[in-house]
Write a protein that binds this ligand. Structure first.
Ligand SMILES: Cc1cc2nc3c(=O)[nH]c(=O)nc-3n(C[C@H](O)[C@H](O)[C@H](O)COP(=O)(O)OP(=O)(O)OC[C@H]3O[C@@H](n4cnc5c(N)ncnc54)[C@H](O)[C@@H]3O)c2cc1C
Length: 480
């Protein structure tokens, strides 16, 4: 590892940390090298795998990278933007600028781990350093484990250890409220980066720009956090109601690193309300699932509880299509799926309800739903999506027990009591009153006519009977 300042330049490779503030790897590179050239690569392996040329995530990344470049330019520097295979493009760039090393922040997803190992080897063969840093989590890999070195499989003891260990970090106590800013005077001047970037408009990348439901970029993430903090004390009461602005909406920013997890955790700890500690728990769930993915990578395609891996899910293809398109005849499920298809966003309570509905009411393999979410979610995070799906399907680590199955109609009455969320996303049901909107199939003909919605014509009849399906789901699991 380079210790004293190295006069040779280094590369800093931005990936899922699209910010300048409180960026561990960037700070380390700037502390050790006389000149740091920032680089971002639109990785063709990832882009080529996306089936939808209108994928919203590319707009979010593209616009965040543009903002990042503007910030770096404001410091007299810039950003080299490449489009291609990092295994080819990074060694080429390192050669061209004679970089002594490359710095980056760690990524724990299986593809990223393989890619980074390969790049580290290539750099080592050419006598260049590869240094990676913990940045997207407070605790990674084996930081939190049982006394016997085993990974935790239950969230509550994991969280207890997490909180205890957190008290031992430098992030508590007198840590400054504002995040650290690195010494940006060591960024390489813009002239030294001229001519290295590829063309990278959305069209150059082969994608179409989309309207997003939230603003991309580091500044927007700061505004979102600032907007949420005055409401954090109410988080416990409001977080389960999709029609309320009860949650932070920061998942996309955490996913792409336009905000630092340390800043979020410090903000939560400064507040003393129970809402703030519930919110902190959710941030810890995020790390729990990342740890599970890192320690048990088989969960990507297999049930964590292996006895449920070979369940022969009897669900029908046409039911899967109805679920995807929001025409199951269960209003809250349909509202959630239509909202998701229109924006790439789904509220946490609705992710649980729709995932449980797919697996326990439609008896369809959780992997199909997981893949549908993975394609469409703007905040798609392999670890949390897999964890959330396996939780809802009862196949995962510390999952919902298979016999505790949400009743989608009761969930609707409880968490959308005045039907306002349903009315927004399933407009044909707007005419029903608050009693019938959750289950219009039970409304008599007169009520349906008054609501200007005939179930079976204007809105689908329920595609399954919840009570029958619940019994079948329990039988499926108890026989496994
Ligand atoms: C089936 C299913 C799939 C999911 N897929 C994803 C996904 O792909 N990406 C993703 O970020 N989250 C996923 N979640 C978790 C959760 O739904 C979202 O993180 C949350 O809805 C994001 O909204 P928010 O930022 O307003 O969250 P807040 O309620 O404000 O929570 C703050 C942050 O904590 C983290 N968090 C919250 N809840 C969870 C959770 N249950 N598990 C892990 N982390 C959590 C997120 O980073 C979130 O931004 C999934 C949950 C389920 C049940």
């Amino acid at each position: 590892m380079t210790t004293l300042t190295d006069t040779a330049p280094a590369l800093f490779w931005f990936r899922r940390d699209l910010r300048i503030a409180d960026n561990t790897g960037l700070e380390a590179a700037l502390a050790r090298h006389g000149a740091v050239l920032p680089v971002f690569i639109f990785d063709s392996h990832i882009l080529d795998d996306l089936s939808d040329r209108r994928d919203r995530r590319i707009t979010f990344i593209h616009d965040s990278v543009r903002e990042l470049r503007a910030k770096l330019r404001a410091h007299g520097s810039g950003l080299i933007v490449l489009h291609g295979d990092p295994l080819l493009r990074l060694p080429e760039l390192a050669e061209a600028v004679d970089a002594a090393a490359i710095y980056t922040n760690r990524d724990y997803e299986p593809y990223a781990k393989l890619r980074d190992d390969a790049i580290a080897r290539m750099f080592a063969e050419r006598g260049r350093g590869f240094y990676s840093f913990k940045d997207q989590v407070i605790f990674e890999q084996r930081d939190i484990e049982k006394a016997n070195g085993e990974p935790y499989r239950v969230f509550t003891p994991y969280k207890k250890t997490w909180l205890r260990r957190f008290e031992e970090t430098e992030l508590t106590g007198d840590a400054p409220d504002t995040p650290r800013e690195a010494d940006l005077s060591r960024l390489a001047p813009s002239a030294s980066m001229k001519g290295y970037s590829d063309a990278w408009t959305m069209a150059d990348l082969g994608f179409e720009a989309r309207e997003l439901w939230l603003e991309p970029g580091e500044d927007a993430a700061q505004q979102r956090l600032a907007h949420f903090l005055p409401r954090i004390s109410r988080y416990g009461e409001d977080r389960d109601f999709p029609a309320r602005e009860g949650t932070s909406g920061l998942s996309v920013h955490l996913r792409f690193g336009t905000i630092s997890i340390r800043e979020c955790v410090r903000a939560a700890r400064r507040e003393t309300s129970s809402g703030a500690s519930t919110w902190l728990s959710e941030l810890i769930w995020r790390e729990f699932y990342m740890m599970i993915l890192d320690r048990f990578p088989f969960v990507v395609s297999h049930a964590f509880q292996q006895q449920y891996d070979d369940i022969a899910w009897p669900g029908k293809d046409e039911h899967f299509d109805a679920w995807c398109e929001g025409r199951t005849g269960y209003p809250l499920v349909d509202a959630a799926m239509r909202h998701f298809n229109a924006t790439g966003w789904m509220h946490n309570r609705l992710r649980m309800i729709t995932a449980m509905f797919l697996t326990k009411d439609l008896l369809i393999d959780w992997r199909r739903g997981e893949a549908w979410f993975a394609e469409g979610l703007l905040d798609f995070e392999l670890a949390s999506n897999n964890g959330g799906w396996q939780w809802s399907a009862s196949t995962g680590v510390d999952a919902a027990p298979y016999f505790r199955i949400f009743n989608p109609i009761l969930q609707s009455r409880k968490f959308d009591p005045d039907g306002s969320y349903i009315r927004t996303w399933v407009p044909e049901l707007r005419g029903f009153d608050n009693t019938h909107i959750h289950w219009p199939a039970a409304a008599d003909t007169h009520t349906q006519r008054e609501a200007a919605c005939i179930v079976g014509e204007d809105y689908p009849l329920p595609i399954v009977d919840h009570h029958e399906q619940k019994d079948k789901a329990i039988a499926l699991f108890s026989g496994a």
